[in-house]
Design a protein around this ligand. Structure first.
Ligand SMILES: Nc1ncnc2c1ncn2[C@@H]1O[C@H](COP(=O)(O)OP(=O)(O)O)[C@@H](O)[C@H]1O
Ligand SMILES: [Mg+2]
Length: 210
């Protein structure tokens, strides 16, 4: 009997080290002998990638439009990528998922957590992550790290207050269901962050692969 496929999400604000953390997570899952795919949001499949373009590179978008487009893209991603893979026993690792909407649209854009929860129930339902790795970092440090990345996208151009609300919303969300989270102090060195991720996965292994 094979183990149930798991859904793992990576969250955190700009420059927290999500993409870097993904490399460590891949190594861990390879070692565990797990069959998995890596994907990302917004995007992860053709329609959702088109919506990503609108989200990140439009001149202006109303906050509510941003929320609706995020969940529109997420629905395509869930229906066409996440659900089918989990159904056939393939683990899914997503660089960002629904917590990013609580953080960015709920917190950052001040739409509130209630409306995001409503969309979460409507669109995501029971396709919730088994484990969310939250790369927790002060926005000042994260933004400093990505300075050299070149042209910032529409969301990255927001002010510091916006990113403080995001960091706080991520922490608040994790507090609601702490056992589903691995909170990583992402401000530490590459080496320490990597070690923290490895330790977190080791401590969750039994639960993820009983
Ligand atoms: N622990 C770390 N210490 C210092 N720099 C880091 C660390 N983790 C990532 N970086 C660097 O910060 C930048 C952003 O990392 P990245 O993984 O792309 O973040 P994200 O995907 O969360 O935006 C990259 O240049 C990366 O090399
Ligand atoms: Mg990234």
């Amino acid at each position: 009997m094979t183990n149930k496929a798991r859904f793992i999400t990576l969250e955190g604000s700009e420059g927290a080290g999500k993409t870097t953390a993904l490399k460590t997570i891949k190594k861990i899952l390879n070692k565990w002998g797990v069959d998995y795919i890596c994907t990302r949001e917004p995007g992860g499949e053709p329609n959702a990638e088109k919506i990503r373009e609108i989200l990140l590179h439009s001149e202006h978008l109303h906050a509510k439009t941003e929320l609706l487009l995020m969940f529109a893209a997420r629905n395509e991603h869930i229906q066409n990528v996440i659900k089918p893979n989990l159904a056939k026993g393939v683990w899914v690792v997503s660089d960002r998922f629904v917590d990013a909407s609580y953080a960015y649209q709920g917190g950052g854009r001040k739409l509130g957590q209630g409306v995001v929860k409503w969309m979460d129930d409507f669109i995501v339902g029971d396709v919730q992550a088994d484990l969310t790795v939250l790369m927790d970092i002060a926005p000042e440090i994260g933004l400093e790290r990505i300075k050299s990345r070149g042209q910032a996208d529409r969301i990255e151009q927001e002010g510091l207050d916006f990113f403080h609300r995001i960091t706080q919303s991520y922490r608040d969300k994790a507090k609601l269901n702490p056992s589903k989270y691995a909170i990583i102090d992402a401000s530490k060195s590459f080496k320490i962050v990597k070690q923290s991720i490895i330790s977190a996965f080791e401590s969750k292994k039994q639960e993820l692969m009983p």
